[in-house]
Design a protein around this ligand. Structure first.
Ligand SMILES: Cc1ncc(C[n+]2csc(CCOP(=O)(O)OP(=O)(O)O)c2C)c(N)n1
Ligand SMILES: [Mg+2]
Length: 351
């Protein structure tokens, strides 16, 4: 009798190769945008950049205190992913979160006023940069504990699964956070229970002052789910079209009940880790080269100019965005601080 593999191994092989074939087919096609999609992406990325530039200035003037981590350079990631979502899908991220909030449609005034600690802020001025939420926009924070949002985002996916809706949750985290233990416990549960969660690794090459090459044994973050059978892919996170295309595929995978998906967004932050980072771990030339060759906003601007969109139209978008940001800064510096009586509200107390 011919040697035959044990049935159980056959099943496992077939299952694995069937899944990897499906994941392979699901790999993002080279994307193209309509002019309107490029215009929409440009407006949102500009809003995030101008907002962050202004937040940096306000921090320098002493109007913002505490922690403040800017998202400048990474704008294409949240904007492209947001374009792949539908109402009811949830977002959760770490402390580099202002871009995620704006991309979800949260109000620039409410975000800026939270940074300055004013009453009109999303957490009534008591949370600051890392602790803002919006139930209405399905934004679940804003988390200062590195990696914590990965387990919480997996829990959001569990809730969707349990309720039987077809919503998807996005858990964003950094290359540094990707080395946290709870990330892998979450991966295991997510695949075991086929939870609809997209793990978006924002690989901006550094975790505080530590380069990926110094901290990570496996630097291809899209492969971090291999031992759990979770498919993943690497994406040019500086090209909003590539992000949207990968987002579409991952969202489809999750909505169809195939379980979690990993997207490694290859991106870069132009500013220091936080406002107090002198960034001595990299050269100015490295930053300038990426800004010059790969800037996500400039890519879209050049494409639109190539489509014969008048430069004045693009300047008009920038002017409109600057107005929104200026108004948010005015509000955030004029709105009163919370009353002292608010010290004990919205705070958990053990009786
Ligand atoms: C559990 C925990 N450990 C350490 C820290 C200190 N810490 C804050 S940010 C950070 C680096 C995280 O880098 P990465 O995940 O790459 O995100 P990025 O800042 O690049 O967006 C560290 C170690 C923390 N906040 N929480
Ligand atoms: Mg990082």
């Amino acid at each position: 009798m011919a040697t035959e593999k044990p049935a159980v191994a056959k099943t496992a092989d077939n299952k694995t190769s069937g899944r990897s074939q499906k994941a392979e087919n699901a790999k993002a096609e080279p994307a193209s945008f309509t002019k309107q999609q490029d215009l929409d992406a440009l407006r949102m990325m500009l809003l995030i950049r101008r907002f962050e530039e202004r937040a940096g200035q306000l921090y320098g003037m002493g109007a913002i205190g505490g922690f403040c981590h800017l998202y400048i350079g990474q704008e294409a990631v949240v904007v492209g992913m947001q374009m792949a979502l539908k109402d009811g899908d949830q977002i959760i991220t770490g402390y580099r979160d202002h871009g995620h909030m704006l991309a979800c449609g949260m109000d620039a005034k409410g975000v800026m006023a939270e940074l300055t600690g004013r009453r009109g802020g999303y957490s009534k001025g008591k949370g600051g940069s890392m602790h803002m939420f919006s139930r209405e926009k399905n934004f679940f924070g804003g988390h200062g504990i590195v990696g914590a949002q990965v387990s919480l985002g997996t829990g959001l996916a569990f809730a969707n699964h349990y309720r039987g809706n077809d919503n998807v949750s996005l858990a964003y985290f950094g290359d540094g956070a990707a080395n946290q233990g709870q990330v892998y416990e979450s991966f295991n549960m997510a695949e075991l229970w086929k939870l609809p969660v997209i793990y978006v690794v924002e690989n901006n090459r550094y975790a505080m002052g530590t380069a990926v090459s110094r901290s990570s044994a496996q630097q291809d973050f899209s492969r971090r789910g291999v031992s759990f059978n979770i498919p993943g892919e690497q994406v040019d996170g500086m090209d909003v079209r590539a992000v949207k295309a990968a987002g579409d595929k991952a969202v489809k995978w999750c909505r169809e009940g195939d379980g979690p998906y990993i997207l490694e967004m290859q991106t870069y932050r132009y500013r220091g880790h936080s406002m107090s980072d002198p960034a001595k771990y990299r050269t100015r030339e490295e930053v300038e080269k990426i800004r010059h060759d790969q800037d996500p906003i400039e890519q879209v601007r050049q494409r639109l100019l190539g489509m014969k969109v008048p430069e004045d139209d693009l300047k008009q978008i920038d002017a409109e965005v600057r107005k929104i940001v200026a108004e948010s800064a005015d509000f955030a510096t004029q709105d009163p601080e919370p009353d002292a009586s608010e010290l004990w509200t919205d705070v958990y107390r053990v009786a």
